[in-house]
Write a protein that binds this ligand. Structure first.
Ligand SMILES: Cc1ncc(COP(=O)(O)O)c(C=O)c1O
Length: 452
């Protein structure tokens, strides 16, 4: 069209919004409950409101907590004035960070013990053998590790099913849906005992899972229930994985944060690592919670392989495949958070301080479990509440029903997930009795309503 004709050109009809956009038939995806609830909480103007929805650590005064050890590492990094600090990482990520992250999960000798002393007597030969079986790649935190592992397994092994605990961290369902593997639930939680349902899990895996199926396992501090298998149960589960040829996929989002001990929280993974016959599996490792690096997105995926003697290049080929997926998706993980983790884990002094920070966080959460339990007992709130003490990690699965949860939110402005999951770190000495009274009020109302 010549420029002079522009003014005379007929005005095109307004597009019919319903039929003309290519995106007109987009489906509405499900909303993410914790983040939506958080936004609702933030817009609530009630002065006594309490947020027990989102899974992040909060101090006694309800504030976020940059770990002192993280601040110290940041200062060191800043002072070092490394001119390469804003350069690209390799596609695999920061090699030193990855080795330290791997050693933390599997309990290998990094030359530095969690208590800050140098290890003297590690089983070096066994460690070397095990290290050779593992390939590690840096990820966009735990979510990225879950996603990359799912993508890799879906493409390379084409599992028929992925068995996902019911209930679970909701993103497991999204991730495995997005990679197109059939999702099947296994009955993880027993509402009657409010604990891990070992018998039903075993029954389901034994009778319904097929060779080559993937099974999602929370390595510790199960989200949302806070109910974990015992060590004995983990040991028996490992045998079932061996017998049935199932592929474990460990999600490790709370190492050290759950019990305060890095070793205790890694028990299951280390047991599976040392099983004979050997098991091949994935570990998705997150540093969001145990370093308080939520927004930094630091994590790793570890793939444990079992190459025959003639297949020594197999781990490297697996790594090349993982790297290929990463390159096509986001090129490489970010370096800010991993540099902090690397700085802390490679210094005996900072490692020791990190151990203290972990104890501080896990200790405060345990104290809040006790405080909430004591308050409910004092009020004589109907029902049993011992499970609040027995559960571990950031969350408690209270057993409150959805109508009760909604009533607690409406009447008292206390926010929790519809499943009754509460984030223990949202509790503090100032609000715990208010929360207990809110629960008490609603539990009594519902109990009375049922009796009438
Ligand atoms: C069980 C579980 N897995 C993975 C994650 C991933 O967290 P991030 O992506 O921040 O590492 C979370 C976070 O809440 C979680 O609870």
């Amino acid at each position: 069209m010549a420029p002079s004709q522009i003014h005379d050109a007929p005005i095109p009809p307004a597009p019919n919004k319903q039929s003309e956009s290519r995106f007109a038939s987009l489906p509405i995806p499900p909303v993410d409950e914790p983040f939506t609830l958080n936004a609702e909480f933030l817009s609530d103007t009630y002065p006594q409101k309490v947020n027990l929805g989102i899974g992040v650590y909060r101090t006694e005064s309800g504030d976020p907590w940059p770990l002192p050890v993280v601040e110290e590492a940041e200062t060191q990094l800043h002072r070092s004035k490394n001119v390469a600090r804003h350069e690209y990482l390799t596609i695999q990520g920061d090699g030193k960070f990855l080795n330290l992250a791997r050693d933390l999960v599997f309990g290998f000798d990094s030359g530095i013990e969690p208590n800050g002393t140098h290890q003297q007597n590690g089983d070096h030969n066994k460690d070397k053998e095990n290290k050779d079986r593992i390939v590690s790649i840096q990820t966009i935190s735990g979510t990225g590790a879950n996603r990359l592992g799912a993508e890799f397994l879906a493409r390379s092994l084409h599992p028929r099913n992925v068995w996902i605990p019911e209930p679970t961290w909701a993103n497991h369902l999204t991730i495995w849906d997005l990679v197109g593997v059939e999702r099947k639930p296994y009955p993880y939680f027993d509402p009657a005992t409010k604990a891990f349902n070992y018998d039903s899990t075993v029954q389901t895996l034994k009778t319904q899972a097929q060779k080559g199926d993937v099974v999602i396992l929370h390595a510790c501090a199960h989200n949302p229930t806070g109910a974990d298998p015992s060590k004995e149960q983990w040991t028996k589960l490992a045998s079932i994985f061996q017998q049935k040829g199932l592929i474990p996929f460990f999600d490790l989002a709370y190492q050290g944060f759950a019990s305060g001990s890095l070793d205790e929280d890694a028990f299951a993974i280390r047991h599976f690592m040392n099983c004979t016959p050997r098991i091949e599996f994935c570990v998705a490792q997150s540093f969001s919670k145990n370093f308080g690096l939520y927004g930094q997105r630091a994590g790793a995926l570890h793939l444990v392989t079992n190459p025959a003697e003639s297949e020594s290049s197999l781990p490297q080929i697996a790594l090349a495949n993982l790297s290929h997926l990463v390159r096509g998706e986001y090129s490489m993980a970010p370096r800010g958070g991993s540099e902090i983790v690397r700085t802390v884990l490679s210094s005996p002094d900072l490692r020791k301080k990190w151990g203290e920070d972990l104890k501080n966080m896990s200790g405060r959460i345990k104290a809040m479990r006790q405080a909430l339990y004591d308050e409910l007992l004092k009020l004589g709130t109907p029902g049993k509440w011992e499970h609040i003490l027995a559960q571990i990690g950031m969350f408690s699965y209270t057993g409150l029903t959805e109508p009760q949860v909604l009533a607690i939110r409406q009447r008292h402005h206390v926010y929790m997930l519809k499943s009754g999951r509460i984030s223990m770190s949202g509790l503090n000495p100032k609000n715990v009795s208010y929360v207990a009274r809110a629960i008490d009020d609603v539990v009594r109302t519902v109990t009375l309503a049922r009796k009438q």
